[in-house]
Design a protein around this ligand. Structure first.
Ligand code: ZN
Length: 280
């Protein structure tokens, strides 16, 4: 089994608690170094190469997936016209090994569909973003997005209430790739919950625009950035976040309080199972 996953999940829960504790004072939240909540994660470069796997699901065709993913890239790039972040598609990845597999942190940022979802990960997670960073500076080195193609049916159409939208999910996960954490505002792309059929996260909310424009302002450095001092493998660690699908009535933002979020994630994990796959 993959040795890195249990640690990854533990860090996810820790990150969720950190988010909850700080959510009362900030409109957006940043992921932080796991043992230093004052040191935020960020990219030191504004052009981030990404290798999206367009043909990784049988639920929908690669042409539509490519458009959906590129539109998700553009949503962050064009946010408010005030950022110079660029998510550059480099074509499909030659290897599908991601950070979630305990890969080599090779600096190739992948978006892949996983036909077999790791048993150590929550089965209700639509996707996981695993970010590798320099713990001395918070500078992100590598970020991969894994989409759960075992338990969820993907679509690029906007007229379904029962499938999961590729663009909706990828836009959310790209927020994690950029170093952002969940927020309690249900209208934000970085809200943690995503019901089937949702497309609202395709479009950034005001909190999301604030995040990318503040952390990656056009023509200006990231505020508070720690000067990069070089990277050694021993200095790296991973942090992971996810978006979950739910059934039943939406959970209000007030219920997703600091102490509740971890419990909510776990409870959803016990109540939702997809037992069959779409045949075409
Ligand atoms: Zn998330």
């Amino acid at each position: 089994m993959i040795p890195r996953i249990p640690k990854t999940i533990l860090i996810l829960f820790a990150a969720a608690l950190t988010w909850g504790a700080a959510a009362r004072v900030c409109a957006f939240e940043r992921q932080t170094v796991d043992d230093n909540p004052t040191l935020s994660l960020y990219w030191a470069t504004r052009t981030i190469p990404v290798f999206p796997q367009f043909d990784g699901t049988t639920n929908t065709g690669p042409a539509g997936v490519e458009v959906a993913m590129l539109d998700a890239f553009a949503e962050w790039e064009n946010a408010g016209g005030c950022t110079d972040i660029q998510l550059m598609s480099m074509g499909m990845p030659a290897s599908l090994t991601t950070n979630l597999d305990g890969g080599d942190f090779d600096g190739l940022n992948r978006i892949v569909f996983r036909r077999t979802w790791p048993t150590a990960a929550s089965p209700t997670a639509l996707a996981l973003t695993t970010v590798v960073y320099d713990r001395r500076t918070g500078v992100i080195q590598d970020a991969d997005i894994d989409l759960n193609d075992e338990r969820f049916f993907w679509t690029t159409a906007a007229d379904t209430a029962t499938l999961n939208d590729v663009q909706n999910t990828v836009t959310h996960e790209l927020g994690h790739l950029l170093g952002f954490a969940h927020v309690p505002d249900p209208s934000a792309t970085m809200f943690a919950d995503s019901p089937e059929g949702e497309i609202d996260k395709r479009s950034l909310g005001s909190d999301d625009v604030d995040a990318v424009c503040t952390v990656y302002p056009r023509g200006a450095p990231t505020p508070g950035a720690v000067r990069r001092t070089g990277v050694s493998r021993g200095a790296l660690t991973g942090v992971s976040s996810c978006t979950v699908s739910r059934i039943g009535a939406p959970t209000g933002a007030g219920a997703l309080g600091p102490a509740c979020l971890v419990v909510c994630l776990l409870a959803l994990g016990r109540t939702f199972r997809r037992t069959s796959r779409r045949s075409s």
